[in-house]
Write a protein that binds this ligand. Structure first.
Ligand code: ACO
Length: 334
């Protein structure tokens, strides 16, 4: 995908520091070596220094010597991070004893490094479930101001007559199971921003349902119609319309027939799904049945960029997600 080259070039221009908590995992270590060699980001690996160094020598990963290695069991900033954890979650029942235990967990250590300004972003999940990666991030990094839910978008490389010359964004395909209308509106707005920041395209956002402009009556349709209104108010600079069926959203002839007054119908390049169930199934079917590349999930709405890998990921998936996370981090800094 040409877009990935653009994303990598952007990442190289202003190097961010990306922490990889699964520092001893083979694909992660190989990806870290490539990221350093290609100058995509500064790399922080979490794990025992001796184990990481031994593996790097065994696999001939010579650039790992340039990574910063932080040992979770022997971390000089432990007390500073524990104090920060207590400041954030003592009211939620966190004790010093528990915090001292949690900070030895690389997934917690990574988010505390970000919170403390010692790293700009995180990529994890080659070895851990989505829930285990996201929970520490939700608890300590939290959402950015004005956003209450984190969601996950995919960049979809579809046939060139769809979307923006074959590029579309799908969301939420990864995080929030059953959003309310207000949450769905936030997801639409955040996906529009991801389209601008990561894909470099001006979004045309379709809020999908099984109804187009009132063609069906159901409370699920009402939710999407309401979310559309809220999203339009949240960010009037974004082109958002709904509720639209998928065919009305992406096929010009059907869009003009079912929603003749819509500026989005038939031309959408961002698809927002009403629930996680629909979004997750849809992206996987498009990926597998149509043979499309799907890059992501790119998590959006968090106060700092933290991205989750599939446990089936390849080395290049990790490299790509590091580059995307670095570009998100640049945008956060700006
Ligand atoms: N955005 C922001 N914060 C959230 C979100 C969200 N979407 N969801 C939960 N939180 C916060 C809660 O407010 C809570 O904060 P608090 O402790 O300060 O009060 C904290 O996170 C923990 O909340 P829980 O409700 O305990 O969260 P839980 O651990 O039950 O679930 C999770 C969160 C893991 C993300 C859950 O929603 C989930 O499992 N989602 C599905 C993920 C998934 O499996 N996706 C499909 C696979 S990915 C793929 O195919 C690409």
């Amino acid at each position: 995908m040409k877009l990935l080259e653009t994303i990598k070039a952007k990442a190289q221009k202003n190097k961010m520091s990306i922490v990889l908590p699964e520092g001893t995992e083979e694909r992660t270590l190989r990806a870290a070596n490539i990221c350093i060699e290609e100058g995509l980001s500064n790399i922080i690996l979490i794990g025992p220094k001796e184990e990481i160094t031994t593996k790097a020598i065994e696999w001939n990963l010579t650039s790992i010597t340039k990574a910063t290695i932080v040992d979770p069991l022997n971390n000089p900033k432990k007390d500073e991070y524990v104090d920060l954890m207590l400041k954030i979650r003592e009211a939620k029942g966190l004790t010093r004893e528990k915090a001292e235990e949690l900070i030895k967990d690389p997934l917690f250590l990574s988010v505390l490094m970000i919170k403390n300004g010692d790293a700009d972003g995180e990529v994890a999940g080659a070895d851990n479930s989505t829930g285990d990666v996201l929970r520490p991030a939700f608890q300590y990094v939290k959402t950015k101001p004005g956003v209450s839910v984190v969601s996950g978008a995919f960049l979809m490389d579809v046939p060139s007559h769809f979307g923006e010359d074959g590029l579309m964004l799908f969301a939420d395909c990864a995080v929030h199971p059953n959003p309310t209308a207000a949450e769905l509106a936030e997801i639409a707005v955040e996906t529009g921003r991801t389209a601008r920041v990561i894909a470099g395209i001006e979004p045309r956002i379709a809020m999908l349902s099984f109804s187009t402009k009132g063609s069906a009556k159901h409370e699920m349709v009402d939710k999407v119609a309401q979310a559309t209104k809220i999203a339009q108010e949240l960010d009037p600079t974004l082109a958002i319309d709904g509720e639209l069926q998928a065919d009305a959203a992406i096929i010009p002839g059907i869009g003009s027939k079912k929603a003749p007054d819509s500026k989005i119908a038939g031309r959408a390049n961002v698809l927002v799904f009403p629930t996680l169930e629909v979004g997750n199934i849809a992206y996987k079917l498009v990926q597998r049945l149509a043979g499309c590349d799907a890059i992501g999930p790119i998590l959006q709405g968090m106060a700092a960029p933290i991205n989750d890998l599939s446990r089936g990921c390849s080395v290049s998936d990790i490299v790509n997600l590091v580059a995307i996370t670095a570009c998100q981090a640049q945008a956060y800094k700006n």
